[in-house]
Each structure stands twice: as C-alpha cells, then as structure tokens.
Ligand binder design. Structure first.
Ligand code: SF4
Length: 200
C-alpha cells in the first residue's frame, strides 16, 4: 500500500529488512561492516530510525527504483517494457519441425526467411504476423505453452521467477553482449527460406 504524502527516496516501504532489499545499500553496509563494524551498526540503526519515524508520520518510504523486470509479471508490463524484454537472440525465429505423432518439436539451424542472420533481428518486425503467416506473436500465455522457447529466453526466465543473465542488453546496457556471449543466432544459422528436409 502506498501512503499519502511526500516520498523519501532511498528507503524501502518494508519496516524490517529494508536495508537489504537494495543491493547498493546492502553492499555498502557489508563492506562497512568488514572494515568499520561500529560505524556500520550506527549507520544501520540510523537508517532504521529514519524509516520508522517516516512511517509513523504516514510518509511513504520508497525503495530505490528497481528495474521493471524484477518487480513486474509479464502481464503487468507495458507494451514498451514487453518489447524491451526481448534480448534479440533470434532463437525463436528458427524454423521448427513438429512430430505430429509425438508432438516433439525440433528447432533447426535454418532461420525464418525474414530474419536478418547478420544481426539476428526480424526484417519485418512490425508487420511480422501479417507477412509471415506462421509467425507467432508472444503473449504471457504462449510463453508458458511454447516448449521450444530457449531456456535463456528473457520472457521464459521472468515467467519462471528467474533473473536475466549478465549479457541481456537491459542488464549490460549493451545490445552487443547477447552476441558476444554466444547466445544469439547471429552468424551461426542458415538464412531462410525454409528448405524442407529430404524424405527418408
Ligand atoms: S527467444 Fe525470447 S529473447 Fe530470444 S528473440 Fe525470441 S523472444 Fe526474444
């Protein structure tokens, strides 16, 4: 619940454990504790007192901004956040074959014909479901159903309550890291159009 009144930046709304909910504050205190334990204790009790006083006065005590993917479910994300969550790996844009009898899906090393294999980006992204008739637009429900989404897929990770990897552009701040880490299909797959497998 958010209380009315001016916000105090830098503190969590949780009265207990708030010091450790923010990684930066926690890191500073852990470091301080190892070199100046008395100073660390003083800092902790001062922070707790300020927070308790603020809450007694009915003031909201907001924690440092946490990135949206750490606090929101897939359903809660805005359209912009949803788009930003894609790491651009391009793995979901590889052609797949489904065994009609077993339902097993094999992901090939052949890209969708609209995937730019030198950048691992879709060439018709805004229009993809109209242009490529078998393209599936991801939704939170489909993230749960599509077993062929890679384990590294950001949508899958967040839905499973996991964190993003260091190489995700939202974490690294660099769209190149997904390629540098060897996660993306860039330069590793055959461009489409789909070549049907030979019979027998
Ligand atoms: S597999 Fe997931 S993260 Fe990778 S391109 Fe597809 S939707 Fe984006």
């Amino acid at each position: 619940m958010t209380l009315p009144g001016p916000a105090i930046k830098g503190f969590s709304s949780r009265p207990s454990g708030f010091l450790f909910s923010d990684p930066n504050t926690s890191l500073i205190l852990v470091t301080l504790r190892s070199v100046l334990p008395d100073a660390a204790r003083t800092a902790e009790s001062a922070l707790q007192k300020v927070t308790r006083d603020a809450m007694r006065k009915g003031m909201p005590v907001n924690g440092p901004e946490r990135p949206f993917w750490k606090v929101k479910t897939l359903e809660e994300m805005t359209a912009e956040e949803w788009e930003a969550l894609c790491d651009g790996c391009g793995v979901c844009c590889l052609e797949k074959f489904e065994d009609v009898e077993t339902g097993e899906v094999e992901v090939t090393a052949i890209a969708c014909e609209y995937l730019d294999t030198t950048s691992s980006r879709c060439l018709v992204y805004g229009d993809r479901t109209r242009v490529a008739h078998d393209c599936i637009r991801l939704t939170p429900e489909r993230v749960r159903d599509l077993v062929w989404l890679p384990e590294t897929c950001a949508y899958r990770l967040i839905d499973e309550g996991k964190d993003l990897f260091w190489w995700h552009p939202l974490v690294s701040g660099d769209p190149e890291t997904v390629h540098e880490a060897g996660i993306s299909v860039r330069g590793r797959v055959t461009p489409g159009p789909l070549v049907p497998p030979e019979n027998g």
